[in-house]
Design a binder for this molecule. Structure first.
Ligand code: FES
Ligand SMILES: [Fe+2]
Length: 472
């Protein structure tokens, strides 16, 4: 949508965001963007309507007929494996009156039947029949009235859906983030698998606060999470953990890696994210280039955000402060339920071809620390809730400007490291808020419908036109 149309449809939101476009250059963000109905409606259209959104993983629906129910913005989609083994992502809405046809969060079925008048759809979305078909519809062309399919693409088994026909393919969209995802999920020949169905729960917070936290808010580790660290949840202190990199990975994607380097090169006591040796010696390092190998070897923790609202984390923690810390993989979706509410979706993964006992240990460690009742998670969500509440209050909304300046104007110690071996602009150490500014610069570009790059926000497009009509 062009700028004028956007300004007409969302006048107040556009005004706030135009001001933010100037203020973010000084590291200033108005708190109002974190709890505002008009901005939220604009996000649904400009962000969730146009980006690749994480929906789930192939291993959640391994058999023909398996399905899960997932969301992009507010719209529900059935992600189903059909009889030919293909995955389809289809709007959960009957074409007769729009009634929802999928009654469970997951399951296995050959058909979905609408509860209202009984139209029947195959698990590939084709309409195949209805009650009293001859008397009621006679010549209706059922081919024209299947479920609406949306674009879907898969990377390392992770399924993404996109509502726009104009967005470039997923791999172009992921840009340099691919390089870092390959390091995490591509170095075991059997790939990763989900360890359980996702845990999900509602938090009264704005989705951007979660996305920016996982983009590289490592500063909060040393205060908010010091109690978890003090009781021995992690094998290292949170201050030590600040030695590492913040990376702008293209198109608003961010990465944060705890990794120590000195003039002689890299060093860490916790190589390969602290995976036990008998696991990391099974890593397929041949799948990586020399620079990736170096980064993987020296990483003790890694997290990031796949713009806009999916995050990943690999970190080593103990499940009971007694047993050895082990790494876990958590993938998140911060599903917006309004300007002040998210449903957190939390999947735990592990390499498929690792021992069952290790998978169980990893799952327990992850869930004890990062889940609805996790000792890290409870710290985080409480702060996101009060920030969102503040953002909705009359006086704060108008007057409170937030400081995102760490790393600017000689504040903080983060500086660009030209010697970083991987792609993307990298800053060392993790005392900086450059990733958050990068995230919001990309966000502003998308919200205001700008084609032109702004400072710090790369646009990686391949210049092709992906327009095609909606398929059924
Ligand atoms: S609304 Fe679905 S069959 Fe009528
Ligand atoms: Fe946290």
């Amino acid at each position: 949508m062009n700028r004028n149309k956007l300004a007409n449809r969302y006048p107040r939101a556009t005004e706030i965001l135009e001001e933010m476009k100037d203020s973010i250059k000084d590291g200033i963000i108005p708190i109002g963007i974190f709890n505002d109905e008009e901005i939220y409606q604009m996000e649904i259209e400009q962000i969730f309507g146009r980006k690749w959104i994480f929906l789930g993983h192939e291993s959640e629906i391994p058999e023909q007929g398996d399905y899960v129910l997932r969301y992009i913005g507010e719209d529900p989609f059935i992600v189903a494996r059909d009889e030919s083994g293909e995955i389809n992502v289809m709007l959960d809405a009957c074409c007769h009156r729009g009634v929802r046809i999928c009654k469970a969060e997951q399951g296995n079925t050959s058909h979905f039947r609408c509860p209202y008048h009984g139209w029947i759809y195959k698990n590939n979305g084709k309409l195949i029949g209805m009650p009293a078909q001859r008397q009621a519809y006679n010549d209706l062309n059922k081919e024209d009235w299947g479920l609406i399919h949306i674009r879907l693409e898969i990377y390392h088994g992770f399924i993404f859906g996109c509502l726009s026909q104009d967005t470039p393919p997923l791999e172009t969209y992921l840009a340099d983030q691919k390089y870092y995802l390959d390091m995490l999920f591509g170095l075991h020949k059997g790939g990763v698998e989900v360890l359980a169905e996702p845990q999900r729960w509602v938090v009264n917070a704005n989705w951007k606060l979660a996305a920016e936290n996982f983009s590289g808010d490592d500063y909060h580790l040393i205060f908010l999470h010091h109690s978890a660290s003090d009781i021995g949840a992690t094998p290292y202190s949170m201050f030590e953990n600040m030695k590492g990199y913040h990376i702008h990975a293209g198109n608003g994607h961010c990465v944060s890696i705890a990794l120590e380097r000195d003039q002689d090169g890299s060093k860490t006591e916790f190589p390969y994210w602290n995976f036990p040796k008998d696991i990391y010696k099974t890593f397929d390092l041949d799948s990586l280039d020399e620079k990736q190998k170096e980064i993987v070897r020296d990483s003790k923790e890694m997290l990031g955000n796949i713009y806009p609202n999916s995050s990943f984390l690999v970190m080593s923690v103990t499940s009971d402060q007694q047993s050895e810390p082990v790494p876990f993989f958590s993938i998140r979706q911060w599903r917006p339920l309004g300007p002040d509410k998210i449903e957190i979706w939390n999947w735990m993964f592990m390499y498929k071809d690792t021992p069952e006992q290790f998978k169980q240990d990893s799952y327990r460690a992850g869930m004890t620390n990062f889940s609805m009742s996790g000792i890290f998670e409870m710290d985080d969500t409480l702060t996101w809730e009060t920030a969102t509440w503040t953002a909705g209050n009359h006086f704060s909304k108008k007057n409170l400007k937030l400081n995102y300046q760490m790393g600017m104007y000689r504040m903080g110690t983060a500086e660009v490291d030209d010697k970083w071996p991987g792609p993307g602009k990298a800053y060392y150490p993790r005392y900086g808020e450059g990733n958050q500014r990068y995230l919001y610069t990309s966000y502003l570009r998308d919200m205001l419908g700008e084609e032109k790059d702004q400072e710090g926000a790369e646009i990686k497009q391949d210049g092709k036109d992906y327009s095609k009509s909606i398929s059924r």
